[in-house]
Design a protein. Sequence first.
Length: 194
Amino acid sequence: MKRRKPRIIKDKKKRGEWAESVFLARAGEEGLAASKPWGDSRSYDCVVGRPGKFVAVQVKSTIARLVSGEGYNCSVCSSHKPYPPGSFDFVAAYVIQEDVWYIIPEKEIPGLKSISLCTVGGEAKYEEYREAWGLLRKVAETGETGSSAEQVSTGESTVVHPASALGRMEAAGNFFRRYMERSNLIPQKEDENS
């Protein structure tokens, strides 16, 4: 099956709204309960978790290539000003052309207006957070934010948070496997209880 290339929405506000809906769908695919609060006046776009263990997520998206062509620039500010500390718990940044999500703890971007994503070499500061859905899963289960260098059991398998090269390789392999399964390029595992 041929991979669908997303049509780029020109209007930034509409593209942001679309990215939020993509985030909600992808969080659901990852087994996370995610909701969109009513209104547009909060410092976050979505919440993930369950009663007593919700985390606030600011959803961002980008189509802006870096001058080097080896990544994308993603705005992580509001009205050209950095978010105040405590405005949200995580940024979920979507690189539209690559169909890749970065789940980044708020503590990793204090005072920043933009970050570079899908980069190589010394600029790859946030690659450990590529497809790090396990971070949201962990917080939703425990209610506490913490280090990304831990293993978390999801009930079906153990997720290694990509804080090391091995963790990043495993996360990339898992993402690729899920992509292949979703694209029907490899058969999905059948339920043993069926």
